[in-house]
Structures are given as C-alpha cells and as structure tokens.
Design a protein around this ligand. Structure first.
Ligand code: PXG
Length: 481
C-alpha cells in the first residue's frame, strides 16, 4: 500500500547526500559506553544504537550515514530560523572574540545582555519592562517559583505559596520545573512534586470534553482552577502557571474560551498568572508570545528555546509591572541568579536571531502564510484511516493514531496503550526522512518557522507515506480490529 502513495519527486530518496568521514559504529559504541542521554532507556538505546546527527541546513538534517531528514520538530521546538545561518555564526564568533564571558553579579553588566533586555521589552506585551536571564527553560521556571514566593513575602502575605499547574504540562526537568510539570512519569521517579505545587486537569477537549461544546468545555476546564483555589483557600494561592498551548504534552490546543476565563479567575482572587512560553514564545503560534493570541495578560513569562533558535542555550523570565515594581522598588537583594545569567555570547546569538526574525517577517509569515498552510496540509491527514483527528495552531500540529475512526473526537477508539503504536509510527518516520515526535499515540510536529509552503507539503507527504507504512505494520501485527 505504501509505495503507490509516493507522488512525483516530492519524496526524494532519503539516501541523498553522502556524508563521509564518520565511523557510525564507533561513535555509537562510544555513545552507549559513556553518554547518558536525557529521557532515555539506555538498555534499549544500546541495542539500537543512537542516530548520529552531523549537519543541518535550513529545515534539513543529515546523519553520519548520509541520510537526509526534514526536521519536523525544529531540533526540539527551538531552531526557528533553521540550521546553518551564517550570520548567527558570525554574531557568536564576534562576541567570543570581544568578550566571551563576564558575569552580571557585583554591579557589572555586558553590552549584549543590556541590548537584549531592551529588545525583549520592545517585543513583549505591554507592561513588561524587565527581564531576568537564565540558561534554560527549566531555570526560567525555577526562577519564577522563587520570584513568586519572594513577591508574596514582600507583599506581606508569605502564606501565599501554593502554585497551581496542570496535569500533562511540561515546565522542565529541574526539581521545581518537574514539580510544576504534570508528567506522572517524572513525579513517580522520586518525591515530586515538592510541597505547595498542585495540579488540575488539562484543557484537553478530546480527552475530557465529551458531551460538551468546545466553548462550554473551555469554561469548565478553567473552572477547575477556581475550584482548586477555593479548596486551597484563595489567601494561600500564589500563582497559576500554564503553557498557552501544551507542547510536550502533545500540542494540546485549549478552546478559545479557556484562557480568558483563567485570566478572570486569577484577577478575581489576586493570583499571579504565569505563561510558560518556552515553546509558544517567539512566533510559534504566529504571535511573538502565545498568551497574546489566547487573550491572557500574564504577570510573568518564561522563555527559552526560540529566543536563540537553540544556537546557544538561553532562557529567561519577562517580569511584568506588578511583580517588577515590588521586587525592584521594595525588594532589596533578590538572592537568586546563575553564573550564566546574561551570558554575552548567548545574548549576542539572541539579538541576531531576533534580527533575522524581524527582517524575514517570520512571525507574520506564520500568522498569514505558513501557519494556515500547515493547517490545511496537516489537516488533510485526518482522512487517513489511522488518524482520528488532527489539529494545528501556527507552526505546531498534532494528530491522534486510532484503531477505529469515529464521527467526533470522542467516538474514536484508541489503541491499547501497551502497544505503543506512536513509537512504531515514529520509527517509520525516522527511517523515512521525517522527524516527528510521538506523545503516546499522538504524533506531533513543530517545524522551523522558516519552513516554506513547498517544504510543508513535502513534510506532510512524507508523514502520509509513513502513516501508510504504520497502517501496514499494525495490520500485519493484527492490531487493527
Ligand atoms: N517549559 C516548556 C513549556 C518546555 O517545553 C521547558 C519549560 C524546559 O526547558 P529546558 O530548556 O530546560 O529544556 C520546556 C522544554 C519534548 C521536550 O519531548 C520538550 C521540552 C524539553 C525536552 C523535551 O517535547 N521542552
């Protein structure tokens, strides 16, 4: 079935570019001998051998065996301006030549950090005039927890320590980040979440919205926050944190009624609203920040990834007027910070990345051209026999692999979880020139924002072809009804 789907030259052979000079087996052996990877079952990896990525250009990557893949995941939701941008290399090299590092402690600063803070304030929603830099998204969320607690201490309400988050949220992998996140598998591996962090159900219409319209469900899901605030006592609740669209959780797009109602509830109880924009910031949804699209006015914004397009690690927190006023005017020393807060090379990379984004109008392109194109192209996969439903927003999209399609998202029959059909599908994608991420049986993409409409078509046709391979595969394993 799979082979007759390939249309014209859209699917060029994957063995396209020879990349000599790498001894893949030797690299894999060293890798499995010494390198502990993030979120990885090393026993399984040893048997398979890691794929060694060696080069990137635009939206394509090459591995050590010369196989070319189209990167549907922007590295890991971050390489928004694409690979191989010479001006990024030059900006970083220039800064390394001039001043590779200096700290921002002890009344010192550096030029790129100052310029970037000012630039980010220009791009941020109204009311944000301050930035705290970190090295990653996890550190940004740790910073937020400490800032929120310090804020309420300075406000004379130190008992306000509870922070409400959602199940299936991802906020990082440090102790605070993993606690804020709602990933059961992370909590299960040791004493998490830390005290004071509470989780409500996620606004996942397909999973929890049966019998309701999407609009009704959005209000209902936001109502879970109000119930939790009342249960904890509003006088004890410090903040609510959420990703505008849950990324690692599977591109879960909330109904349009959700975020405005969350905002109303936070306002009603004086609870700080935190938007984790590590994925949704910097154009992913077709706006500079995802909360702008969602109708929320956060007090704090976490960012990372797209701020440098992943070329150099950088994260941070945009601090809105309400918190900044108290921290800056009344706070004295805030005993928090990292060696690499405001790292000059990372900030220089971010400045160049933002210049590219503005010059190439990447945010506008996502809003007006590539995002709508992805919606149509990716949406067409919903007709595939293995796909229950497919959704997208901006340059993020997800589809559910199902055993039996239904008239609505609530009538599809899922595969038994233990079959891990998503992993079967991901392996076909990986082997056939497209990188797609599996979250259970939800297959997701978040391509570089520079991906053209023709490249989106190429990616989607590859995905369709691999869905055919997956269908053949699960049928031959006897997993379909
Ligand atoms: N917040 C959000 C919303 C994220 O997506 C982080 C915080 C943490 O950022 P750092 O830079 O500390 O990793 C993230 C990271 C996946 C995946 O599998 C997603 C992330 C990280 C690793 C894997 O989709 N997002």
């Amino acid at each position: 079935m799979a082979s007759d789907i390939i249309a014209g030259d859209v699917l060029a052979p994957v063995q396209e570019v020879d990349t000599p000079g790498f001894d893949t087996r030797a690299l894999q052996a060293l890798d499995s001998a010494h390198y502990l990877h993030p979120f990885t079952d090393h026993g399984a990896l040893r048997d398979r051998g890691a794929r060694v990525m060696v080069r990137g250009d635009g939206v394509y990557l090459w591995d050590s065996e010369g196989r070319k893949v189209i990167d549907g995941m922007s590295g890991l939701w971050c390489v928004n301006v694409g690979y191989g941008r010479a001006s990024m290399t030059q900006a970083v090299a220039r800064q390394m030549d001039t001043l590779p590092f200096y700290n921002s402690f002890f009344n010192t600063t550096n030029v790129p950090a100052v310029m970037l803070a000012a630039r980010l304030v220009d791009l941020a929603p109204p009311g944000f005039r301050h930035v705290f830099f970190t090295g990653s998204g996890s550190e940004a969320n740790d910073t937020i927890v400490r800032m929120v607690w310090r804020y309420w201490q300075l406000m004379g309400q130190p008992q306000r320590q509870a922070i409400v988050s959602r199940h299936n949220a991802y906020h990082g992998s440090t102790i605070a980040g993993a606690s804020l996140g709602g990933m059961a598998g992370m909590h299960a591996q040791g004493a998490l979440p830390i005290p004071g962090i509470h989780h409500i159900e996620q606004p996942n219409f397909a999973e929890h919205g049966r019998g309701m319209s999407e609009a009704e469900f959005g209000l209902r899901a936001a109502g879970w926050l109000e119930e939790k605030i009342l249960e904890l006592g509003p006088e004890n609740v410090a903040a609510f944190i959420g990703e505008p669209v849950q990324g690692a959780g599977g591109v879960i797009i909330p109904p349009p009624t959700y975020w405005p109602e969350i905002q109303r509830i936070c306002d009603k109880y004086g609870v700080l609203l935190v938007s984790d924009e590590v994925i949704c910031g910097f154009g992913r949804l077709g706006t500079w920040f995802g909360s702008q699209l969602m109708g929320a006015r956060p007090d704090l914004i976490a960012f990372a990834k797209g701020v440098t397009s992943g070329y150099v690690p950088l994260g941070g927190v945009l601090v809105g007027a309400r918190v900044a006023h108290v921290l800056v005017e009344k706070g004295g020393d805030f005993n928090h910070g990292f060696t690499y807060s405001g790292h000059p090379v990372a900030c220089a990379a971010a400045l160049e990345n933002l210049r590219i984004m503005v010059d190439e109008k990447l945010v506008e392109r996502v809003a007006l051209e590539t995002g709508p194109h992805l919606k149509t192209a990716f949406g067409s996969l919903a007709s595939h026999p293995l796909v229950g439903h497919a959704e997208s927003m901006g340059m993020a999209a997800g589809l559910n692999l199902v055993r039996r399609k239904g008239a609505t998202v609530h009538d599809c029959e899922a595969f038994p979880r233990e079959l891990a059909v998503g992993m079967v599908c991901r392996a076909h994608m990986f082997d056939n020139g497209v990188i797609m991420r599996a979250v259970g049986d939800r297959m997701i993409v978040a391509p570089p924002l520079v991906m053209t409409t023709a490249q989106i078509d190429e990616m989607v046709e590859r995905i369709r072809y691999c869905l055919d391979l997956t269908l053949d595969d699960v049928q031959s394993r006897g997993w379909m009804e």
